[in-house]
Design a protein around this ligand. Structure first.
Ligand code: SF4
Ligand code: SF4
Length: 394
């Protein structure tokens, strides 16, 4: 006997999806061209037609707890071929934005990242904080140097007589790290809790919809699936299966690899400073500096190409505030980082400090709001792709 299902539409959810770039949602007349056109959708229960039905009926729980919305790479093939101009690729992107906000905590911060009227606060608060740190570094620097000279752990502080332009003279490295280390810990905790709920939900949903016969989630098998999926992500195999926006793969890869490079550089600098007590700035001949410079240039070029791509395709690909927020932030991060370095090498001391100040604000915005911004797709998509591999959903 067919199981009865009582649909309870969530009208707020429909409004949310429409407001986040999915306003074409109601144009869909269920022809299924999109599901046939999608190069990534599995044969069994393909997307995005079923998601278009669920979204137009306001079935929020079904969508935000579905791994399939994350398997979509927003290539736009379905949007190009949709005879009704319902833009299913953009609707799925809007649903993913809602899902990020649903899983992230605190919710108020997640909503603020989606709200352009809150942007002055998101920029203003770290701007005030880093200006305050600069003030303390400048006014208390001498006193601190005298105090810390007696403590061997801090003997890497600048000594009198040496004058190399170093950002630490203007923003104490100690204060900056006291800002970023707790922020990093908070981000990891938020991601851990969000992903734990997300993984349980997508598993529960997959069991309900008969997409897996494994009723209990086996974490060992899940991690084995993760190891198999990571090379797929690094090679960007899924992007290469698309037609319409294949050109997005290269800039996307440049940004991904530059973040990996910058993460390695930051980790090395951190260990060298706190374990081996050797402060920067490093010589340009140092291989770690080469990696930092290559990653910085790749970040500027990659994010610049992504912005250009969005501007060129503005008619057939919806770009929302959330897209511009993250693209602008990543581009600013790369540009301010490179310009800081160039000003330092050109001995433009105060310009270098000012650019570093802007760079710190960009890092803070990117880092602190990682679980709420579009950047969170990295971890949600990786989890969903791993789950698809784990449940043998090909
Ligand atoms: S989104 Fe477009 S292609 Fe897909 S089912 Fe609806 S009308 Fe057809
Ligand atoms: S945007 Fe691309 S990946 Fe996503 S559903 Fe459409 S065709 Fe498939």
């Amino acid at each position: 006997m067919t199981e009865k299902y009582l649909a309870q539409p969530d009208l707020d959810f429909i409004a949310q999806v429409r407001g986040l770039g999915g306003e074409t949602l109601k144009k869909c007349y269920q022809c299924a061209t999109c599901s046939v056109a999608c190069p990534i959708a599995p044969d069994d229960s393909p997307f995005p037609r079923k998601e278009m039905i669920a979204a137009s009926w306001g079935l929020k729980d079904r969508l935000v707890k579905s791994a399939d919305i994350w398997l979509c790479h927003q290539c736009g093939d379905c949007t190009d071929l949709c005879p009704r101009g319902a833009a299913p690729g953009d609707v799925l992107a809007a649903v993913r934005s809602v899902a990020i906000t649903e899983y992230a905590r605190p919710k108020a911060l997640a909503n603020a990242v989606n709200d352009p009227t809150k942007l002055p606060f998101l920029i203003g608060i770290p701007a005030i904080w880093f200006a305050f740190l600069a003030l303390i570094t400048m006014t208390a620097g001498e006193t601190m140097t005298k105090i810390f000279e007696f403590i061997p752990f801090f003997n890497w502080l600048p000594h009198e007589g040496e004058h190399v332009i170093a950002q630490a003279d203007f923003f104490s490295t100690w204060f900056v790290d006291l800002t970023f280390v707790p922020t990093a810990i908070a981000v990891v905790i938020i991601f851990f809790l969000s992903l734990k709920n997300f993984l349980n939900d997508i598993h529960e949903n997959a069991v309900l919809e008969g997409k897996t016969d494994k009723t209990t989630l086996d974490y060992k098998e899940f991690f084995q699936a993760l190891i198999r999926v990571i090379p797929v992500v690094f090679r960007h195999d899924k992007f290469n299966e698309c037609d319409s926006n294949k050109d997005r793969a290269t800039p996307h890869m440049m940004v991904l690899y530059s973040f990996i490079g910058l993460f390695i550089v930051t980790a090395i600098f951190f260990i060298t400073l706190y374990v081996f007590q050797t402060p920067g700035p490093y010589s340009q001949l140092n291989p770690v500096k080469w990696l930092a410079n290559i990653a910085g240039v790749a970040l500027v070029i990659g994010s610049g190409l992504m912005i250009k791509n969005r501007l060129d395709k503005k008619d057939d690909q919806m770009t929302t505030y959330k897209d511009w927020f993250i693209l602008g932030l990543v581009f600013s991060l790369g540009v301010t980082g490179m310009l800081t370095e160039m000003a330092r090498l050109a001995h433009m001391e105060y310009l270098s400090y000012f650019l570093y100040y802007l760079h710190l604000i960009a890092i803070f915005n990117l880092f602190a709001f990682l679980p709420f911004s579009k950047m969170a797709h990295l971890v949600y998509r990786l989890t969903a792709m791993t789950y698809a591999e784990y449940s043998n959903r090909k």
